[in-house]
Design a protein around this ligand. Sequence first.
Ligand code: S3P
Length: 446
Amino acid sequence: MPHMTESLVCSPVDSINGRIKVPGDKSISHRALMCAALAEGSTEISGFLSGEDCLATMAALKSMGVNIRQHSGDSVTVEGVGLHGLKAPSGALDMGNSGTGMRLMAGLLAAQSFDSELTGDASLNIRPMERVAVPLRLMGARVLTTDGCPPLVITGGASLQGIHYQSPTASAQVKSAVLLAGLYAQGETSVTEPGISRDHTERMLGQFGWKLSRQDGRVTLHPGGQLSARMVNVPGDFSSAAFFIAAALIARKGELIIEGVGLNPTRTGFLRILQLMGADIDVSVRTAVDEQRVAEPVGQLRIRPSQLHGMSLPAELVSLAIDEFPLVFILAALAEGETIVSGAEELRHKESDRIGAMIRGLQTLGIDADERPDGARITGGQLTGGMVDSFGDHRVAMAFAVASIAAKEPIHIQDTANVATSFPGFSQQAKNIGMAVEQIAAGGQS
Ligand code: S3P
């Protein structure tokens, strides 16, 4: 695999400065493509993230007959085929590295008249899929997993019934799979969860004109609607911005401003964690959230260097900051005192086992840290330099790149090509704000 040989060498720097925007939100870009494909009419998406994950979703929709054109910059036109306009693909749909792509697509495909198969790369093919197959089967879908994992084989022609699903995990991917299948179901479909997960699907279905209601943590989809094309502006991805937020906090000098970033409260648990750890961040939300909580709030962040302190992280913040934990681990390693992460077993089921990957890397870099089944204990200290493995996980790779800012010696991060799944252009943008990042391409050349 050519991906395996790419790596990053990142060196300490003093100062992080700039005024930047980050690429479009990955979660919202996936949903925009899917909703636009199922809508009546033509949708313009601006701010689309051209990362490998969203491109896999785009390719899957194209192979089911959806006409999608990418223009220069970050805009995309999708000619909607309507709820019943998808055509049988000629082969298995390859969702690459993307759990979101696969799980959301499973919900959508469960309701089609044709058979389909979903597969992915080595990382995706060992991730749990019964979590979506179980509720879809309750709706009447015919979904087979392979020992609980991909490939998923879906038999078309099922007639779906709405369900009231009490999800055992706070997972936007599970909730979204059920809601997307619910578009085709008879009767109401609703989902409740044990914690708050991102609500982009609910917001976007609402934007496309589907009737849904939200009350006391339950989202309910009312049957018999249609999706109507509309303009979608995808905000900057908070989870990509998070790497540079952390960079600016651990630098000794400088100031960073990040503009046009999505600040949906179901995504910004990381800001709350940082504030509890003593971070100096100004947050200004530029778009008000309307009563239906349909629009995606967007705003600006101003970050200054801060001495953080360790703490026991409140478990209710885990689902609100789920993708930022590689960074939380890095910041804990640089904070004063001890940090305890618990209630975060989900991290073991991401693109890698993120608890194992981060703790191994931190131990290699001289930090006193150990794993727990559902989290970790980390004592702040001085990062040395050294060689760490990202285990092919984009967020682990970028978190260690950020860590190098405050390390004694360079950090060499292996197996980093998957950074392009969520943040194409990461290395260049990191350099623009003052980081020292050198990309070593396949074959060892920089
Ligand atoms: C996502 C949901 C989260 C997150 C992932 C993107 C989404 O996963 O980790 O990166 O777009 O729905 P879970 O919902 O499974 O926690």
